[in-house]
Design a protein around this ligand. Sequence first.
Ligand SMILES: Cc1ncc(COP(=O)(O)O)c(C=O)c1O
Length: 462
Amino acid sequence: MNAHPLQRASRTGLDWTRALTFLARERRSFAERNPASAALAAQASEHLLFGVPLHWMNDWGTPFALHVCQASGAQVTDVDGHTLVDFCLGDTGAMFGHAPAPVAAALAKQATRGYTTMLATADAAAVGGLLADRFGLPFWQFAMSATDANRYIVRWIRAATGRKKLLVFNGCYHGTIEDVFVDLVNGQPVQRDSLLGQVHDLTEHTMVVEFNDLPALEAALQQGDVACVLAEPVMTNIGMVLPEPGFWGEAQVLIKKHGALLVMDETHTISTGPGGYARAHGIEADALVLGKPVGGGVPCAVYGMSADLATRAVQAKQDAPPGHSGIGTTLTGNMLAMAAMRTTLAEVMTPAAYAHMLSLAERLASGLRGLIARHGLPWCVTQVGARTEFQFCTAPPRNGSEAEAVLDPELEHLIHLGLLNRGVMITPFHNMMLVCPQTTEEDVVLLLGALDEVLSQITLTA
Ligand SMILES: Cc1ncc(COP(=O)(O)O)c(C=O)c1O
């Protein structure tokens, strides 16, 4: 814990002595409630580096890794038999619920017919058509993760435009595509120093400006060497940052004027509606990336291109010498993934599913605002469709720097642990909650009740 925690604005209205007592109690309670998880965590530490499949699974803030045995709809069951209502939903990977029935059926059918052949199936053409209809871009390719989809679209665009530079917004995250890990520090681009094994200087080809800063965007583009702007239409990974009115309209004009292309990474903002944020708000991107939920949680991702970009990409491939393009992996477009995507797009990511998710998310957002007001906390709530987040500031942040300044991992850990012990899971690393088609009104009431209880334990008493 920091030496002067009460000085932090996010903790205004909190009694940090009470909060620390609460945290100690919650850690004990977690350990008592989860003996089977504790045993598995100990066993896993014998042969798994860091004791978990992926090192950051230790960053949930629990005393040891929670182990789960099943995930279905809006619920996760842990190995100690607790059923948790899941508002994390695999940080969007399961945004349409865990193991959606139509996807489970499609996978079961495909399971006896082969998984991977390096050849197309009938599903491929169908998926291409479904994507084109949904997003309005005519040509598509596949990847195994959103990270790779971003990596490949940037590669195609650099090849197609002959330009090397990538422009991103400060505080962005687009997966582990290396190029984007450049931050603005005191107005200067600085390579993220937490990156492991990074040997190339990323600042050479990556430019970074603040979100919502049109003059800075224009200044960066003016040099005429930017291949593309890679962006989420709403920043979601440093806490949510909404575009100011008119931002994307102006930004598109500038991007076009200076010969750059716009890539919209809709991996998280697909929470907006069936066609994502860009389609709902009239943003005409040259390319679009979507991973995580597009196969109902089965690993796969897609990226689409405008007709013009597609023509230039094909030309670039034809002009290149024979050999590896640096794009694609062996399992990309495999039979299981294609079956999962076809079913997800046709039967799961439906307008009816969104109608339920959006109205329940509204209910959640207004419930959160009520709670925050009742506890007198200087916090706000931001919502993008089915995605809702409370942030430790009175007004939503306008850019990555502002959003970063109000992050408070200690407070987040404390709240998340308190919620977990009360049967509710929200997304680690920030305070994000997703509503899926199977989430019920009762689930939302449970979350609000649990949060109310946690806040009552840590806020200043009159
Ligand atoms: C906007 C965005 N793009 C891409 C990714 C990368 O997704 P994945 O980790 O599945 O490759 C993420 C992950 O959180 C993301 O938030």
